[in-house]
Design a protein around this ligand. Structure first.
Ligand code: SIN
Ligand code: CO
Length: 409
C-alpha cells in the first residue's frame, strides 16, 4: 500500500451511491431536510439560509436521559457548561460555570432559567455518534461534534451567534427559537456569556420533539425551554479561521523540516564563502534571507507536504479523547472506526487521528471506503494486502478500529 503511484480521480456522470447505507441517496427527497434531497439542501440552504423542518426526525429519542446527561456533566473527561439567567431586561444576570459540574452544584429542577450543555456527546455515547450518520452528506472535515443541552423551563444560553453551521434537533420537550439576521450586532459588555445587545428576531417558532432547525453561521438565535424542561441536540459544523489552518499547517511543516539534510547526510547549513568585509555589520545579509526563504519555498512546494500537514491537523482527536488500547482482531472479521476516530483522505494520503499514510491502488480504495462509511465488511477485507492487514491490526490494537458486525447497522 505504500507506493508513490497516485491514483487519478474520475468524475462520475451520475451521483455515486453513498458508501454509508445509513445516508439516504443524495438526490432523493428526505423528510430530514423537509422534502429536499441532500443535493438540493446543500445548494439552497447550506451556509446560506436557515431551514425549519417540522418532523424532520419523527420518533427521535434523546441519546441520553436527564440523569445520564447530568452524570456526564459531572465527569472531568467531558466538556460541559452550566448557564443560568436570573431576572429580565437590564436587570438580567447571567452565570456561566464550566464543568465538571457535580449534581449538587446544580439548582433544583423546579427552579427555572438554567441549562446544562454537554459538548462532544458523540465521543461518549454510541447513540449520539449514530445520530451523526444522518448528516454524512456533509464533509467530515467540517464536522465538529454533537452537543446536547438540557434546559429547565425558561432556560437557554441567550441570544448569540456561532461560527458554525448547526442542525438543532429537538429531542424532548419544547423550545422556542427566535432567529434574526443581525450582521452588525454588538455583544453586551462584561458578561460571562456572549449575549447580543438589542437582539431582534425576524422569525419565531416553537420546536417539538422531531422538529429541526438548520442555521448557517452568523445568524443570531435565542432558544428557551417553554412549557417545562426540554432537550436539544446540536450537530455543529465548524468554519475554521484561515489563520488557524495556516498556523497549524506551518507548525506541522516546521516539525518536518527539522531533519533537512544535504544529499541525505549533512544538515543543510548556510555557507557564505562569498561574503565581503562589511561596514554595516548590523545588516542581515540578503543571501541569508534568500537561504531561509528558499528553504520555506522548497517545503511548501514539496508535493503533498501542505496537504499532509492539513490532513493531520484536521483529523487530530480532541484533547479529551482517549482510546482503549490492546484490543485484538482475528484478521478476518468486519471492522468499524471507533466513534472517537476521525478518518479523512485526499488523493495521495489517508489520515487517521492526526497521523498520515500514503496509500494507492486497491488498499487506498479500501481505506477511503473505511473513511467514508466508517466500516469494512469481511468480504472487503479479503482483498486487503498483507501490509494493509498489518496496519489495520495496529489500529485495532490502538483502539482506533473496532471489530464489528459484518453489515453496517
Ligand atoms: C442550546 O442547545 O441551548 C444552544 C444551542 C445553540 O444555540 O447553538
Ligand atoms: Co448557538
Amino acid at each position: 500500500m505504500v507506493t508513490s503511484r497516485t491514483p487519478r480521480t474520475r468524475q462520475a456522470a451520475a451521483l455515486p451511491a453513498h458508501p454509508d447505507p445509513a445516508v439516504l441517496p443524495l438526490d432523493l427527497p428526505t423528510p430530514l431536510l423537509g422534502g429536499l434531497s441532500p443535493v438540493q439542501f446543500m445548494q439552497r440552504h447550506w451556509h446560506r439560509k436557515p431551514l425549519l423542518v417540522r418532523q424532520a426526525w419523527p420518533g427521535v429519542t434523546p441519546p441520553v436521559d436527564r440523569a445520564g446527561l447530568f452524570e456526564l456533566a459531572a465527569s472531568d473527561e467531558v466538556e460541559s457548561r452550566f448557564v443560568s439567567r436570573i431576572g429580565e431586561g437590564d436587570a438580567q444576570q447571567w452565570t456561566l460555570r464550566r464543568g465538571p459540574l457535580p449534581r449538587r452544584s446544580l439548582p433544583p429542577i423546579k427552579q427555572g432559567g438554567w441549562t446544562v450543555l454537554v459538548q462532544g456527546l458523540d465521543l461518549h455515547v454510541p447513540a449520539a455518534a449514530e445520530m451523526l450518520r444522518r448528516f454524512r452528506f456533509v464533509p467530515q472535515a467540517r464536522l465538529d461534534d454533537l452537543m446536547i443541552s438540557w434546559a429547565a423551563e425558561g432556560g437557554g444560553v441567550g441570544p448569540h451567534f456561532d461560527s458554525y453551521d448547526v442542525f438543532l434537533i429537538q429531542v424532548a420537550g419544547k423550545r422556542r427559537w427566535r432567529i434574526g439576521q443581525m450582521p452588525d450586532a454588538k455583544l453586551k459588555p462584561d458578561l460571562p456569556v456572549k449575549i447580543i445587545e438589542n437582539f431582534h428576531h425576524d422569525e419565531e417558532w416553537v420546536l417539538e420533539p422531531g422538529d429541526m432547525l438548520y442555521l448557517p453561521p452568523g445568524w443570531a438565535h435565542d432558544g428557551d425551554a417553554v412549557e417545562g424542561e426540554c432537550m436539544t441536540c446540536s450537530v455543529g459544523f465548524r468554519s475554521p479561521h484561515r489563520s488557524e489552518l495556516v498556523r497549524e499547517t506551518l507548525l506541522r511543516l516546521a516539525d518536518a523540516v527539522e531533519d533537512e539534510r544535504d544529499e541525505g547526510t549533512r544538515p543543510v547549513v548556510y555557507r557564505d564563502p562569498g561574503q565581503r568585509a562589511t561596514v554595516t555589520p548590523g545588516r542581515i545579509p540578503q543571501a541569508l534571507l534568500d537561504f531561509a526563504e528558499g528553504g520555506l519555498q522548497r517545503l511548501l512546494k514539496e508535493p503533498g507536504a501542505l496537504s499532509r500537514a492539513l490532513g493531520e491537523y484536521l483529523s487530530e482527536p480532541k484533547a479529551q479523547v482517549h482510546f482503549e488500547l490492546g484490543q485484538e482482531w482475528d484478521g478476518v472479521s468486519a471492522l468499524e472506526l471507533d466513534a472517537r476516530s476521525c478518518m479523512l483522505y485526499d488523493d495521495r494520503q489517508v489520515f487517521l487521528n492526526g497521523e498520515s499514510w500514503r496509500a494507492a491502488g486497491r488498499d487506498a480504495s479500501m481505506l477511503r471506503q473505511l473513511a467514508d462509511s466508517r466500516h469494512l465488511t469481511a468480504a472487503q477485507l479479503r482483498r486487503a494486502s498483507p501490509e494493509l492487514l498489518d496496519l489495520l491490526d495496529q489500529w485495532v490494537a490502538d483502539g482506533w478500529l473496532q471489530v464489528a458486525a459484518d453489515a453496517p447497522h
